[in-house]
Design a protein around this ligand. Structure first.
Ligand code: NAD
Length: 287
């Protein structure tokens, strides 16, 4: 997929939809060979509007590959109630995976809740056990956005090994696991954040720039080099429209870029399916 200006090809658009569709074909074949029903439980608490959309998308994606999705929603609950629920789900042989939609309301101890999930049912890859595996480069469940970005780069045959990759954002959900996952793939990784001085110094030298901040137009064309590849993770809602963290001026200068919407988002949702299958295989000792 290319971005045309007049009839001249400018920048390659790295479509997450195209990549997801291709990977989903393979995954569907694998799932169809499994005789048992695969069921996951999604737990959500409170009224976060963005979370409602993400959950709807995840459920739709699961259904499209015959993964059953049980959604348990609570207007209000406590840390202990969630821990009790997850403990039961951990023991339930009919449940392959558990996903707690983040963020949880402030009264809930997020870490305690997440770490109650059995690592073999941890579709989001956010439990300490799976993060420790990522840290020590052992096989485990990798958080969905990090895995989705790597799959998207690999699908587009973009080399990771030996490349200078600058990640902007150090959250536990995206930036940190991505840093580890890319280091494990032998990239030279620089992780920037809100206290980084001179962001431009780090973006200019990068072959690949991955931005996961949530600030529209944060990265402008002066901050990048001509041949850089840009992965825009940001999701910003402005007047009902969704945009990423990259200024439109960058599109004309970089070599390739993920659109928003249609880039990292579909990949993240796809990885919920992929991680569910990995959880299934782990539980069946097939891996
Ligand atoms: P977060 O708020 O937890 O983290 C934001 C990070 O940005 C922090 O590490 C912070 O240090 C850094 N930051 C803030 N201001 C900065 C600045 N001026 N310069 C450099 N760094 C700065 O957010 P998150 O959960 O990591 O999500 C980041 C963005 O990615 C959000 O827009 C979120 O909606 C989006 N997101 C998208 C997907 C997807 O599938 N496309 C998945 C997860 C998150």
């Amino acid at each position: 997929m290319y971005n045309y200006i007049g009839d001249k090809i400018m920048t390659k658009l790295l479509s997450g939809i195209e990549c997801r569709n291709k990977l989903k074909e393979k995954l569907t074949k694998k799932i169809n060979k499994i005789k048992e029903k695969i069921t996951i439980t999604v737990i959500s608490v409170g009224n976060d509007e963005a979370s409602k959309i993400y959950i709807k998308n995840k459920i739709k994606e699961c259904q499209s590959v015959n993964i059953e999705c049980q959604h348990l929603h609570f207007e209000k609950t406590t840390t202990n109630e969630l821990i009790n629920l997850i403990t039961k789900l951990n023991k339930d042989k009919n449940i392959t995976g558990i996903l707690v939609q983040l963020p949880l309301p402030k009264n809930i101890e997020e870490n305690k809740v997440i770490n109650t999930i059995d690592y073999k049912k941890d579709i989001d890859g956010l439990t300490k056990s799976n993060i420790a595996k990522l840290y020590s480069n052992q096989k485990g469940i990798i958080p969905c956005t990090a895995k989705g970005i790597i799959d998207l780069l690999e699908y587009n045959k973009i080399e990771i090994e030996g490349k200078n990759i600058t990640i902007i954002g150090r959250s536990n959900l995206v930036g940190k696991p991505l840093t580890l996952a890319l280091l494990n793939k032998n990239a030279t990784v620089t992780t920037c954040h809100s206290k980084t001085k001179d962001l431009k110094k780090h973006t200019k030298k990068a072959d690949i720039i991955i931005v996961a901040v949530g600030k529209p137009n944060l990265i402008k064309k002066e901050m990048i080099s001509k041949n850089s590849i840009i992965i825009d993770v940001g999701i910003n809602r402005i007047n009902g429209k969704i945009s990423g963290d990259i200024d439109k001026s960058v599109y004309k200068k970089c070599k390739a870029i993920t659109p928003v919407p249609g880039g990292v988002g579909p990949m993240t949702v796809y990885e919920v399916l992929s991680n569910t299958l990995e959880c299934y295989e782990l539980q069946k000792n097939k891996k």
